[in-house]
Design a protein around this ligand. Structure first.
Ligand code: FES
Length: 74
């Protein structure tokens, strides 16, 4: 299963990352000032936070708060 968007608002993580970069948003909250997403079920939040941190835009596992990023495995 590929997870690559806020399903509720049909916004891909790649698109959200682009908006974040255009507006220098480091947090979900500041990104939400520029684009509507994440305000319905909220399940995408954890992914988008990861997108902002690591620039990953596709996920193949269900993330939990403590799931380490593949790029930062020890
Ligand atoms: S998937 Fe983003 S609010 Fe539901």
């Amino acid at each position: 299963m590929k997870i690559d968007r806020c399903v509720c608002h049909e916004k891909s993580f790649a698109y959200l990352l682009k908006v974040a970069e255009d507006h220098d948003c480091a947090s979900l909250e500041s990104l939400q000032k520029h684009v509507t997403f994440g305000s319905t079920c909220g399940l995408c939040h954890i992914y988008i936070e990861r997108t902002l941190k690591t620039k990953e835009v596709e996920f193949y596992q269900v993330l939990q708060a403590e799931t380490p990023s593949p790029k930062h495995k020890h």
